[in-house]
Design a protein around this ligand. Structure first.
Ligand code: AVI
Length: 327
């Protein structure tokens, strides 16, 4: 656990900051300009995302919560249908809003497992660890701060037990479909025969429902996007004027791509770490994709990556799908 060693933590913070700087410059020098949405989640971004999840329009969390609350026993049954103790690894665990129901169920059933949440936000992991330890007596938990595959390698070295890897919250939707396919193949190479993955996908549905979820009336999604400019100001010595950019969201029901942009209101020059970046009026920065899928597309992605789907769990409206794949 990297939070135990101050020197390691400092070195890691330096590397993460350097990577952030590189990726921001790469994105702002691209045509069209883009910024990686994985950097939305600093302390302020974590808070804004919590607020998004509580928005009436943002159905995703409620749907997946319903699946975990009402189908914990079925999920657990599928997971334990493969023999042996296991490590339950959660990629991008956040505050474990959904997975906690599965953790509680498995603990109540006296199933032997350890929980290993992986998240890029050390801040959210320390909150999570404290809360889960208090709420689920005897839970064996090891927090791993950093990028998914780095930490997955560490998890494999920490214990020889079989792995059950969860990627919930439609996090896979924040990758371009091509990248998601590559990600699944890479995930497969980190796992052994018999290991499982449990992945949450947001499904295609009425376009208006999707569009509304990313255009909440309270404007929190807009602030969530703008917060990345604020983060660049703070961490990379930038001078973005947040009032000079506006959030714009699109959803294409043909492809399932739901995309967010920031649009420059004027011609302007912004300084980032001393370097000038020019914006024309109405020029966009592409911020995030939240891809929506058909169940058929999901099954084909699983098979192409070398997984066999062994369970499909949906909410009562069929808006969200958690699926379990076996290696
Ligand atoms: C974390 N992720 C799955 C969210 C989503 O729905 O794409 C992030 C988000 N962006 C805007 N609202 C929520």
């Amino acid at each position: 656990n990297s939070t135990n060693c101050p020197l390691d933590t400092l070195a890691q913070t330096d590397t993460l900051l350097e990577k952030f700087r590189e990726e921001v410059f790469e994105g702002l020098h691209s045509k069209p300009k883009r910024l990686p949405s994985k950097y939305f989640y600093d302390k302020a971004g974590d808070k804004l995302f919590q607020q998004i999840m509580a928005c009436p329009e943002y159905y995703l969390t409620d749907c997946e919560l319903e699946i975990f609350q009402s189908k914990a026993a079925e999920l657990a049954q599928t997971i334990t249908s493969v023999n042996g103790d296991f490590d339950l690894i959660e990629l991008g665990a956040g505050d474990a809003t959904k997975s906690q129901y599965l953790l509680r169920y498995l603990s109540d059933q006296k199933v032997d497992f350890s929980y290993m949440p992986i998240d890029i936000s050390g801040n959210i992991l320390s909150v999570l660890e404290k809360r889960l330890k208090a709420e689920i007596k005897g839970l064996d938990i090891t927090c791993l701060e950093g990028e998914y595959f780095d930490r997955l390698g560490i998890a494999a070295r920490l214990s020889p037990r079989r792995k059950v890897v969860m990627l919930l919250g439609a996090n896979i939707g924040n990758m371009e479909p091509r990248e998601a396919a590559v990600f699944c193949k890479k995930l497969r190479t980190h796992l052994k025969t018999g290991d499982l993955v449990l992945i949450g996908f947001d499904l295609k549905k009425h376009p208006q429902v999707i569009w509304d979820a990313y255009n909440d009336r309270a404007g929190i999604t807009s602030r969530f996007n703008l917060n990345l400019l604020q983060r660049i100001n703070r961490e990379l010595n930038g001078d973005f004027d947040l009032d000079q950019f506006v959030h714009y969201q699109s959803y294409d029901p043909l492809t399932g791509a739901c995309r967010s942009y920031l649009v420059s209101k004027t011609d302007q020059e912004v300084l980032v770490a001393g370097q000038p970046i020019d914006f024309r009026q109405d020029e966009i920065i592409s911020m995030e994709i939240s891809q929506k899928y058909d169940p058929e597309e999901i099954t084909s992605m699983a098979k192409q990556a070398g997984f066999m789907p062994i369970g499909y769990f949906t909410d009562s409206r069929n808006w969200f799908l958690d699926t379990i794949w076996q290696c």
